[in-house]
Design a protein around this ligand. Structure first.
Ligand SMILES: Nc1ncnc2c1ncn2[C@@H]1O[C@H](COP(=O)(O)OP(=O)(O)OP(=O)(O)O)[C@@H](O)[C@H]1O
Length: 256
């Protein structure tokens, strides 16, 4: 299990004032949703948490150790990231792609063993892409590729899962399936932190929410406290109607 903490973290969005520093404790068992308009800095935050981008100031701590002090390989054993945009032009099959998830766990010249294959197979089955194992990735549909990317993260099996819009390109059934899978991973002790554009997925599946504003303001906390319609209207500059369905709030944009 791993905890990710930010202390006085200011992400480096070019040309933007520092805004509000982030002091978050992202704990095992929690499912976080990051909400905010285009350009608010959600992807920049995710990449900063993964150690791929330097912070402007402040720190990211993984189990109390500053990320900056850890080796890339050690970080990759604890933290995995599903990117929003992927360059899938490398001619790899779906199975070969999923097995890339095992690389942080293998020594440089070691090849994957039966256990690694079994883990990848199980992940592909969980995401309904096992029937595509021998297909080249660049022949898949957008939703199929997205499911392979999540299966690759599942094969990696890090403690902290960072996902940039994991439901992008997914049909309704697979959106629900992926959110369900992420919540189950959290229940098994993983730490889940994802950017979302769908308020209703956040309301239904996230335990915690971070609202990120374009000017660098931010607030975070338990989802039921953060998903308040006036705060969301300000966040998106969009009037909303709030109804309740299936035990969760549902936010509908006002058309006029
Ligand atoms: N290399 C760069 N040079 C200049 N500006 C950049 C660079 N990278 C990102 N930005 C800007 O930083 C801001 C934050 O980008 P980011 O991708 O983090 O936003 P986001 O909240 O994920 O947006 P979206 O919802 O559209 O995915 C944007 O205005 C973007 O144009």
């Amino acid at each position: 299990m791993s905890t990710l903490r930010t202390r006085g973290l200011v992400i480096n969005v070019p040309g933007r004032p520092d805004g509000y520093a982030l002091d978050m404790d992202i704990e095992p068992g929690q499912t976080w949703g990051v909400l905010g308009p285009n350009g608010a800095g959600k992807t920049t935050l995710l990449h900063t948490l993964a150690g791929l981008l330097p912070a402007r100031s402040g720190q990211v701590l993984l189990n109390e150790s500053p990320l900056a002090d850890l080796k890339r390989r050690e970080i990759a054993r604890h933290i995995g990231l599903v990117f929003q945009e992927r360059q899938d032009s490398f001619p790899a099959t779906v199975m070969e792609t999923a097995l890339i998830g095992r690389h942080p766990w293998l020594s440089p010249w070691e090849s994957e063993q039966g256990d690694d294959q079994a883990r990848a197979q199980q992940a592909l089955t969980s995401l309904d892409v096992d029937h595509l194992s021998d297909r080249l990735l660049n022949t898949l549909s957008g939703g199929e590729r997205q499911r392979v990317a999540i299966a690759t993260l599942m094969t990696q099996n890090p403690n902290v899962w960072l996902l940039d819009e994991p439901t992008n390109h997914l049909d309704l059934h697979h959106q629900v399936k992926v959110m369900h899978l992420l919540r189950n991973q959290a229940r098994d002790g993983k730490t889940i932190f994802m950017c979302l554009h769908d308020l209703n997925l956040a309301a239904r599946w996230c335990s915690h929410v971070l609202l990120l504003y374009t000017n660098g303001d931010a607030c975070w906390g338990p989802a039921n406290a953060m998903l308040e319609s006036s705060a969301l209207e300000k966040l998106y500059n969009q009037k909303l109607i709030t109804v309740e369905a299936d035990g969760a709030p549902v936010f509908v944009p006002v058309s006029a």
